[in-house]
Write a protein that binds this ligand. Structure first.
Ligand code: C5P
Length: 218
């Protein structure tokens, strides 16, 4: 039986990249490792939550003691998230591909006929979709904003545009070593304003965020 401030509470975490197929053997991806989302799921579990962990093909293994739903594409992640609802809190840490290949081939594309042209279609915005649900919206919806410039301005605008309650903003410029690294330096943006957290291990960011989520749901 779970104990802790989140005992009996169902929460959702998305994590990792998505892979968007070009053909049966090739895909477009991004550099997300899934480290921060995995740490968050573990921290929420440690506070007693019943965690549904919807993950793309991450490089770090999923945590033990959570319900793992493995997906590949953004469309599959959207479907898995919808199926996981209702939850009391949802944290969207996945680096979802903004586009999918609209003209993906059903057989392997052969070279020799010159170049290759791909058409892109926009993927569903999972965070915005869940944030704007009329019925069944989680009480707390948390998004991430990975930015390389004007971090606070872009993340504040993102919070309003997506309709989520909190945004966890971070600077993923290559020089920071954050994307794929073990540390993170985040700013938490809520209706009450912005809070800069010092640089710390992703596991510690996760513990603090899980604690804040527990307080918000209490
Ligand atoms: O717009 P952007 O991708 O920067 O927003 C980042 C936030 O939105 C993250 O919380 C990410 O998990 C979420 N997101 C999503 N579905 C998308 C794109 C982003 O849930 N298609």
């Amino acid at each position: 039986l779970a104990v802790g401030p989140l005992a009996g509470r169902r929460v959702l975490v998305t994590s990792g990249p998505t892979h968007e197929p070009i053909d049966p053997v090739r895909y477009i991806a991004n550099r997300s490792s899934g480290a921060q989302g995995t740490a968050l799921a573990a921290a929420l579990r440690d506070l007693g939550a019943s965690v549904v962990f919807v993950t793309g093909p991450a490089t770090v293994p999923p945590p033990a003691g959570v319900k793992v739903v493995q997906v590949e594409t953004a469309a599959q992640m959207m479907a898995a998230v919808s199926a996981a609802l209702p939850v009391e809190a949802a944290v969207f840490a996945a680096a979802v591909a903004d586009w999918r290949v609209a003209n993906a081939a059903s057989v392997k594309v052969k070279k020799g006929a010159g170049g290759l042209s791909l058409d892109f279609a926009e993927n569903p915005d999972i965070l915005a979709t869940v944030s704007r649900l009329d019925t069944g919206r989680p009480r707390l919806v948390v998004g991430f904003a990975a930015e390389t410039d004007q971090v606070i301005a872009h993340a504040t605008a993102k919070r309003a545009r997506k309709g989520c309650d909190w945004i966890v903003a971070n600077d993923v410029s290559p020089a920071t070593g954050i994307m794929g690294g073990t540390e993170n330096a985040v700013t938490l943006i809520t209706a009450d304003g912005t809070e800069d957290w010092p640089r710390m291990p992703k596991a510690e960011v996760a513990r603090r965020l899980a604690q804040r989520i527990a307080e918000a749901l209490a």
